[in-house]
Design a protein around this ligand. Structure first.
Ligand SMILES: [Zn+2]
Length: 282
């Protein structure tokens, strides 16, 4: 099965933390720019745009942060413009066509265009830094000092769900989705089917260490290209360099571990594909 065919048959493909972080970094040149005007080409994405969306006109962008998979554009007057890319959202600096839903013109003559064919993206405005209903329930950032193996272990204690499902739970740790959960568990040598309650402290240490390596490596590579044209960085070019996975989307391929003669297996957990090596991962 080719990579592209599987990307479709696997169903939902979402940008994960490294991809959103890559987009955030691509947007950093906007800091210091003043918004001249805003144009909305429809009334909603996944949810309706806020009624006061136009109030960002005239404001200067003071910073661009990220919380989980939300991009937080900080504006003058302690206002935050929250953006979630959904499945197919992307920012560019030129109009592309019928899926351009938000166009922002800056005083300096440059533009920001939000394009989203499937319209699962989210945009909202709120006062303050993190005081938003979509941010309140979120767990720790995996790359921050707020998250470590002890914290992971205490979240998994007594839980009857699989460790794969636990890693996707945004209350346990944010930003890890279907792709990176498979990659982290492969590198940690832990079966995705193992119950969360049976993950020992040393296993948590391995998961934590490998999560840092996998996520940082993907951020360095500029994210992941799953399908041509799905993600674009702010330059308007494809912003996601090809990224080699160890197990994701590699069903029936040889396991890449030295001395392992196993094949990568695909199973479905909670309706999502998981890829792993049954010989290496226990
Ligand atoms: Zn193996």
């Amino acid at each position: 099965m080719g990579r592209e065919a599987c990307a479709f048959s696997c169903g939902v493909i979402m940008p994960e933390l490294p991809e959103v972080e890559t987009v955030r970094r691509g947007l950093l040149p906007l800091v210091g720019k003043r918004i001249l005007s805003l144009e909305l080409n429809r009334s909603n994405l996944r949810f309706p745009f806020p009624e006061d969306m136009d109030s960002i006109s005239g404001l200067k962008i003071e910073g661009i942060d990220r919380r989980a998979k939300y991009i937080l554009i900080r504006l003058e007057g302690d206002l935050t413009w929250l953006c979630h890319l959904g499945m197919t959202g992307r920012f560019g600096n030129e109009p592309e066509g019928k899926h351009d839903h938000v166009l922002v013109d800056f005083v300096d003559g440059t533009r920001l265009v939000y394009t989203d064919p499937r319209r699962f993206g989210i945009m909202d405005l709120f006062e303050g830094k993190f005081n938003h209903k979509l941010l309140n329930h979120l767990g720790p950032e995996p790359l921050s000092s707020d998250w470590d193996s002890d914290k992971l272990h205490s979240c998994l204690r007594g839980r009857n769900i699989s460790i794969k499902s636990a890693l996707l739970d945004q209350r346990i740790v944010v930003g890890i989705g279907n792709i990176y959960a498979s990659e982290i568990l492969f590198r940690a040598g832990i079966s995705p089917k193992r119950k969360a309650k049976n993950i020992s402290k040393p296993m948590c240490k391995r998961i934590h260490q490998q999560a840092l390596i996998v996520l940082n490596t993907a951020i360095e590579a500029g994210g992941t290209t799953l399908r041509d044209g799905q993600f674009k960085n702010f330059d308007g070019n494809l912003g996601y360099f090809p990224h080699e996975f160890a197990v994701y989307d590699l069903e029936n391929e040889n396991c890449s571990s030295i001395d392992c003669k196993g094949l990568v297996k695909r199973i479905v957990q909670s309706g999502r594909s998981t890829f792993y090596c049954p010989k290496c991962q226990k």
